[in-house]
Design a protein. Structure first.
Length: 173
């Protein structure tokens, strides 16, 4: 892929042109609308519509940071960061990263993470995340970006009635 950067202050968009000549735009999600809500719900079909509306509103209110990758205006990937507060204002935590199945294993998650990390508040010094200890592709992605494991949290997630161990990872900026 050939990478082109655009310096658009309002949209904060970075573009990539693929071999299929599809433009991939990376941007911060800072607006609401039915089209955004529908597209986010398409990526997260297990979420209730009311939950999606609240999450998009929280991003707009600045409580969290959300970034997306789009092709032809359609959201194909999403990453969410929660901001630390009080004595942890220098820390953000990645709470979700998802790429539409059709676009996985094409470097989009890597590019979305790198784009979004450049847009984080200047006071950010540490990024943390938890990842399923058996999700090798995700672990490898995070390691490639520079994250390091710092712990294992047993039974960290409860998914479909099963407890899942999570590696705790961090990146010091």
């Amino acid at each position: 892929m050939v990478k082109k950067e655009k310096d658009l202050l309002d949209l904060q968009v970075e573009s990539n042109t693929s071999k299929q000549n599809q433009e991939i735009a990376y941007e911060q999600l800072n607006r609401t609308g039915l089209d955004i809500i529908d597209q986010i719900q398409k990526l997260f079909p297990q979420w209730k519509r009311s939950s999606v509306i609240k999450k998009v509103k929280d991003a707009q209110d600045g409580k969290e940071l959300r970034f997306v990758a789009k092709i032809n205006g359609e959201i194909i990937a999403h990453v969410k960061y929660e901001k630390g507060s009080v004595i942890h204002k220098h820390i953000v935590h990645v709470t979700s990263l998802i790429v539409s199945k059709k676009y996985r294993r094409k470097g989009i998650a890597n590019k979305l993470m790198n784009f979004s990390m450049k847009q984080l508040p200047k006071k950010t010094k540490i990024i943390t995340l938890a990842v399923d200890s058996k999700n090798r592709p995700a672990i490898n992605l995070y390691k490639k970006i520079g994250f390091e494991k710092y712990g294992l949290l047993k039974k960290a997630s409860l998914i479909k009635g099963k407890y899942i161990d999570n590696y705790m990872m961090q990146l010091h900026l």
